[in-house]
Design a protein around this ligand. Structure first.
Ligand code: PLP
Length: 376
């Protein structure tokens, strides 16, 4: 089966991990520190990134750092992976789903604005497929609401909008380094933020809520072993094995991005002009990193196409089932039909194989299968 996504690991990646194994620090060591610095630089923020164990952990940490709690509302898109909403719900927030823009599949600023209340604490967009959110418009909505703009950039590390890197577009940005994403640490993720206090709270939350610096302690005369826990937290530490892999992967991120663009261009060319197909939108000023190739088929035959391609050994996916369709949300009274544009997008969407080591021959084979399925 040709997968829809997979990691690209080379000898340098393997050597980087081996080096950590024979060193002194398996975790909390120098590789973590340097990886955090490099992710911060890539994101264009002043503070180093806060590295964590997954993209899900990054979202949990980000909402905790935004001080999301019971009584707060988080506005987000239904066209995302579960974790964008779950992690805020776990902190006690009410999740409010707003519809998407029809072209990119990203959170629609006007739909988000319509859901703002006095309790809105965070507006969380997702760079669907790797295409950045409409950050200028969403920032304005968030600012007017007195809320944070959070960008779930699990798909888009290395991207930019109007020359501004993903990581500097929103107040808080989260990344995932899962193997199918644009760079990998096995499992892993990171949070970056513009505000130093947000970064500080994120770092504390992922470190079990502990502080040791003298100026942060309530009791200062107990001894050098003393630490305190002003707030609750968890252990979400990325380790040095992962950080070394991530650092090695970062040296190829530009290559990965370029290859993903080439594959997108090849699909676009091969599938152009077929009337029942809609190809991924690419807005002016956006420099996506194509994590997905989200094709839409508008003739009602998405399921047939999916089964046909799977039957031919092509590992297609559907991204995503509208989050509020999940039993958890249905049981809370969320109704189908709430976000019709996202539901229509879901009904038509099929993600084609997309990863840097995919060959032109693989792309052509997928294109041919789809063309003949469509009678083109
Ligand atoms: C992958 C993903 C996550 C979660 O990341 P993990 O590293 O798998 O925990 C969150 N949001 C989106 C949009 C994702 O695609």
């Amino acid at each position: 089966m040709l997968p829809y996504g997979r990691q690209s690991i080379n000898d340098a990646d393997i050597a980087a991990v081996q080096e950590v194994l024979s060193g002194d620090w398996l975790t909390t060591g120098p590789y973590v520190e340097s990886f955090e610095k490099q992710i911060g630089e890539l994101a264009g923020v002043a503070e180093p990134a806060v590295s964590v164990t997954s993209g899900t952990a990054a979202l949990h940490v980000a909402y905790a750092a935004a001080e999301v709690g019971p009584g707060d509302e988080v506005i987000t898109t239904p066209l995302t992976f579960l974790a964008t909403a779950t992690t805020a719900a776990l902190l006690g927030a009410k999740i409010v789903f707003a519809d998407i823009s029809e072209d990119t599949g990203n959170l629609d600023p006007e739909a988000a604005a319509a859901e703002v209340t006095a309790s809105t604490k965070v507006i969380a967009g997702v760079d669907y497929g790797g295409h950045p959110i409409d950050a200028p418009a969403l920032s304005k909505v968030a600012k007017d609401a007195g809320a944070y703009l959070l960008e779930d950039a699990a798909h888009s590390v290395g991207g930019s909008l109007d020359g501004v890197p993903v990581g500097s577009l929103a107040d808080i940005t989260t990344f995932s380094f899962f193997p199918t994403k644009n760079l990998t640490t096995g499992e892993g993720g990171a949070v970056v933020a513009k505000d130093a206090d947000v970064v500080e709270r994120a770092r504390r939350f992922k470190g079990i809520g502990m502080v040791r610096e003298p100026e942060q302690l309530r009791t200062t005369d107990e001894g050098a072993w003393w630490y305190e826990m002003p707030e609750l937290g968890l252990n979400y530490r990325l380790n040095d094995l992962q950080a070394a892999l991530g650092t090695s992967q970062l040296t190829r991120l530009a290559q990965f991005k370029a290859r993903r663009q080439e594959i997108t261009d090849r699909y676009n060319e091969g599938l152009a002009g077929i009337k029942q197909l809609r190809l991924p939108a690419h807005r002016d000023g956006a420099e996506p990193v194509w994590h997905l190739y989200p094709l839409r088929i508008t003739d009602g035959r998405r399921r047939e196409l999916f089964d046909h391609l799977r039957g031919q050994g092509i590992g297609v996916q559907v991204n995503y089932i509208p989050v509020y369709w999940q039993p958890y949300y249905a049981d809370l009274g969320y109704k189908r039909g709430m976000c019709p544009t996202a539901e229509a997008y879901y009904e038509q969407e099929i993600s084609l194989p997309m990863f840097p080591d995919l060959t032109d021959g693989d792309v052509d084979r997928v294109v041919e299968l789809i063309r003949s399925f469509c009678g083109a």
